[in-house]
Design a protein around this ligand. Structure first.
Ligand code: GLU
Length: 471
C-alpha cells in the first residue's frame, strides 16, 4: 500500500493499519511486509460484442500468503482500480485472521458496469476473465480462491468454476477453486445470505454486552431499534431483512442509487426489495416518503446506521452530522480514516468492516472444506442425530409423565441439515471473534475503539505466523 492517493480508500486502510501497528511491538520488517500487497496482477483482454472488440481491464491482488489459498472476492464495478483492489486484498488478510479462517488475503476486480451488458455477453466476459486469472494461478483450489463481491454472484462463480474444471478435468478438487457457487454446482446452503447473516450475528453479539451498549449510549436490546441501511444489494438486503423479521428492528430508512425511502413506522424490507428488482430503483415506492438526495439519510435521526454499499460514504464532509450512535460497517471501508477519527471523538461506536462483514468469507471457508471433503454437511449424521433427539424427548416425557411444550420439542429436534449447521457455525465464529476483539478494546487504555482492537488481533495473528513459521 505504498502508492496511496490522499483520501483514497487505500489511504484510509493504510492510516488505520499504521495506527494499530503503532500500538504493537512488531519487528519493523514484518510491519513493512504487511503494509503492502505481495503480488498484483493486471490484465487487459478483448471480447467481441455485437461484432466489435471491446477491451476490459482487471486486477487480482494478493496481500498475504501466510496461509494458502489466498481468499477474497471479485467485484465487477466501474469504480474498480488497482489501488482499491490492493486495499481490499489487505482487508481480506485481516478479515480472515480476525475470524480465524485459515486463508491468506486476496481480491480481484474487473472495471465494468455489469448492468450495461446482456446476460450472454456478461457470461463471455466472465469466462474470459476467469481464463486470464487461471493462467497465472489466481484461480486455483490450492493457491487462490475467489468469491462473489459487488456486482458478482453465484452465476459468475459457477461460470468461473466451469472454466477451471474444463482446464483441469483430472483435478478431483476442482470445485474448491472458487466459492459462492450455486448449491447444485457444489456451493453450500446459506452462502448467499452469509454476509448479511454475519452482520446480524455481529449486532446480536454486541447487544449481549452491557458495557458496549452503554459505550454507544443505547438502551439494551435490538428490538425497536431505529435502523437506516445504505444499499439493498446482497449484503444490505439480507442484513435488513433479518434485523426486521427476526430481531424486531424498525428499518426506518433505506438508501439506494436513485434516492432514499423513509418511514417512521418501519419499512417492509421484502416489499422494498421486490419493488427495487422490478423497477430498478426505489422512486415511486408506495408506503414511504421518497427522498431524492438519498445520502442525506445517512445523517438522519436513528439509532443504528448500516452502510452496506460503497467505500468512503462517511467522510470528513458528513461525519460531524451523523446522528446514529452505532455504525455497523456491512460494506468494506464505508468510513474514511478522517471520518473514523471524528466519529470516535464524538463518542460514536463503529463495528468495523473486517469483523462485521466477515460472514461471507467464513461461510466460503465452509464451502471450500465441503468441496474438499466431497460431502454435504450433515449428510452422514443428520438422521442419527434426529432420532437420538426424538428418543431423548420421548424418554424425558415418559419420566416426567407430561408432554414437552411444542416450542421446546422443536428446539430439541432441530434438524442438523446443511443450512442449520452453516448458520450455527457462522454464529459461533462471529460471537467468538467479537469477544476476542472487545477483550483487547477494554483491556488496553491505548486502544480507543473496536477497529484498532480488530486490527491488533488480526495483525498479531498474521505476524505470529511469519515470525514463528514462515521461511
Ligand atoms: N467478497 C466477500 C468479502 O469481501 C467474500 C470473500 C470470500 O468469500 O472469499 O469478504
Amino acid at each position: 500500500m505504498s502508492a496511496e492517493q490522499p483520501h483514497s480508500f487505500m489511504h484510509s486502510v493504510k492510516r488505520m493499519y499504521d495506527f494499530a501497528v503503532s500500538k504493537m511491538d512488531l519487528p519493523t520488517g514484518i510491519a513493512e511486509l504487511l503494509g503492502e500487497c505481495r503480488t498484483v496482477y493486471q490484465v487487459r483482454f478483448q471480447v467481441k460484442i455485437n461484432g466489435e472488440y471491446q477491451v476490459f481491464k482487471g486486477w487480482r491482488a494478493t496481500h498475504s500468503e501466510h496461509q494458502l489459498p489466498a481468499k477474497g472476492g471479485i467485484r465487477f464495478a466501474t469504480e474498480v482500480n488497482q489501488d482499491e483492489v490492493e486495499a481490499l486484498a489487505a482487508l481480506m488478510t485481516f478479515k480472515c485472521a480476525v475470524v480465524n479462517v485459515p486463508f491468506g488475503g486476496s481480491k480481484g476486480g474487473l472495471c465494468i458496469d455489469p448492468r450495461a451488458y446482456s446476460r450472454e455477453d456478461l457470461d463471455m466476459i466472465t469466462r474470459r476473465f476467469a481464463l486470464e486469472l487461471e493462467k497465472k494461478g489466481y484461480l486455483s483450489p490450492a493457491l487462490n480462491v475467489p468469491a462473489p463481491d459487488m456486482g458478482t454472484g453465484p452465476r459468475e462463480m459457477a461460470l468461473m468454476a466451469d472454466i477451471y474444471r474444463t482446464l483441469h478435468p483430472g483435478d478431483i478438487d476442482a470445485a474448491a477453486c472458487i466459492t459462492g457457487k450455486p448449491p447444485e454446482m457444489g456451493g453450500v446452503e446459506g452462502r448467499t445470505e452469509a454476509t448479511g447473516r454475519g452482520v446480524q450475528y455481529a449486532m446480536q453479539e454486541f447487544f449481549r454486552h452491557s458495557e458496549d451498549i452503554a459505550a454507544a449510549s443505547l438502551s439494551p436490546g435490538l428490538t425497536g431499534k431505529r435502523v437506516v441501511v445504505q444499499g439493498l444489494g446482497n449484503v444490505g438486503y439480507h442484513a435488513a431483512k433479518f434485523l426486521e423479521e427476526e430481531d424486531g428492528c424498525l428499518i426506518i430508512g433505506i438508501i439506494e442509487r436513485d434516492g432514499g425511502l423513509w418511514s417512521e413506522k418501519g419499512l417492509n424490507v421484502e416489499s422494498v426489495f421486490a419493488y427495487l428488482q422490478e423497477h430498478g430503483g426505489v422512486k415511486g415506492y408506495p408506503d414511504a416518503e421518497y427522498v431524492a438526495d438519498g445520502n442525506s439519510l445517512l445523517e438522519a435521526d436513528c439509532d443504528i446506521l448500516v452502510p452496506a454499499a460503497l467505500e468512503s460514504q462517511i467522510h470528513e464532509g458528513n461525519a460531524e452530522k451523523i446522528k446514529a450512535n452505532l455504525i455497523v460497517e456491512a460494506a468494506n471501508g464505508p468510513v474514511t480514516a478522517e471520518a473514523d477519527e471524528i466519529l470516535r471523538q464524538r463518542g460514536k461506536i463503529i463495528i468495523p468492516d473486517m469483523y462485521a462483514n466477515a460472514g461471507g468469507v467464513t461461510v466460503s471457508y465452509f464451502e471450500w472444506t465441503k468441496n474438499l471433503a466431497h460431502m454435504q454437511f450433515g449428510k452422514m449424521g443428520r438422521r442419527f442425530m434426529q432420532s437420538r433427539a426424538e428418543s431423548a424427548v420421548d424418554a424425558l416425557e415418559q419420566v416426567m409423565g407430561d408432554k414437552f411444550p411444542e416450542k421446546l420439542r422443536q428446539g430439541f429436534e432441530k434438524e442438523a441439515d446443511e443450512l442449520n449447521l452453516v448458520r450455527s457455525g457462522l454464529e459461533d465464529t462471529m460471537c467468538e471473534a467479537y469477544q476476542e476483539i472487545r477483550e483487547i478494546w477494554h483491556s488496553r487504555d491505548d486502544v480507543p475503539d473496536l477497529r484498532t482492537a480488530a486490527y491488533i488481533l488480526a495483525i498479531g495473528r498474521v505476524a505470529h505466523y511469519y515470525t514463528e513459521y514462515a521461511l
